[in-house]
Design a protein around this ligand. Sequence first.
Ligand code: SF4
Ligand code: SF4
Length: 154
Amino acid sequence: MIGSRIQPLTKAADKLLPAFAARPYFFDAGLRFECRRCGRCCSGAPGTIYVTSRETVEIAAYLRITPARLRDAYLYPFRDSHSIRETDDGCCLFYGNGCRIYAVRPQQCRSYPFWLGNLRSKRRWHTAMRACPGIGRGRLYTRAQILSIVRTTF
Ligand code: SF4
Ligand code: SF4
């Protein structure tokens, strides 16, 4: 899993975001990305797959199980909510020939690869590109769209 910590939006982050939005970035002309469904970001090195409480309820409903059953079978407590458990070799428990909860996958998964860590510099973006074959291809995301996605990961 290509792991990242998703933090709840804090008042401090809320104050900082207007400043983030005003400055120039290497992606001012946009970035291309289209998922190839290769599953590399769902497997590999262990990582954290943060799930909010609301997402826990949505995933449980999608799987037609109770949130308690979902927590017992698939999640472990992490910070203020949960993370999805992985197999010993770092594969998300919901991965199996594609994401089995794709329609209700957590925002952490939806927002990849537009994570702050990947967008800190062109070099970081190119490093992410080596791990994800969807980066640099397909749909063009505008600067505004990218910043909007980044905002969901605070
Ligand atoms: S193309 Fe990228 S985002 Fe899509 S599954 Fe592969 S590594 Fe993950
Ligand atoms: S929830 Fe789905 S998209 Fe997210 S890491 Fe697990 S298998 Fe991949």
